[in-house]
Design a protein around this ligand. Sequence first.
Ligand code: SAM
Length: 208
Amino acid sequence: MKINISFSSFFSNVQEAPWYVEFLEPVVSQIPSLSKVLDIGTGSGKLLQLLLNEKKSDCTGIDTSKSMLAEAEKKLKGMDVSLVQVTSGAAFPFQNAGFDEICICNVLFNLSFDNQNFLLDQALDVLNDEGRIIILSPTGTGNTKAGFQKFLKWNNKSFGLWFMLTRQSARKYYAQGHIQDFCKEKNLVCSRRIVFDGFGLLEIVERK
Ligand SMILES: C[S@@+](CC[C@H](N)C(=O)[O-])C[C@H]1O[C@@H](n2cnc3c(N)ncnc32)[C@H](O)[C@@H]1O
């Protein structure tokens, strides 16, 4: 018997774990109801699902991966959302979009500085003057006791797997503090906060 599980469907299942919803919560809680949201690197669409259900957001999700977007389509079936495939390194396909909030969750820590800068520049181009870019990343560290409790509470191995798989890049990203440098250079305001029992880093970028 051939079992064919793609990474996208595996990732989509991970997003359904209760710990993953808790991980995304600091982002969801930042978004005012009814705002116009762009989710960059939306993957299989869990954040958009939460925002549509809890905040009635006007949601657009973009991703470079066709298979991730196919999973997002399944997850968001029947919901009023726009999903767009983009090409890495190409300008965003939006004109005068005016997003209120742009989310970038678990994407930047895996990218080079040049690619991070490119995505942030593109985001700034389609962000309202008062809008914010909300960036969530793993830290590659965290409160060991809380982490163990998360693992036990949900008896869900995906938390440990996620931690192991992201640890190295996440620690590097956290130590580099590149978003702060980007903001200094572009005269933007950046705030940084540890969330999810030390396992997550929330960075918020806005214009002065
Ligand atoms: C780890 S997943 C995160 C998915 C989702 N944001 C979340 O937090 O669960 C990273 C996603 O970013 C996408 N991605 C990577 N580089 C990208 C780029 N330059 N533009 C848009 N999406 C990108 C990948 O295809 C993948 O779906």
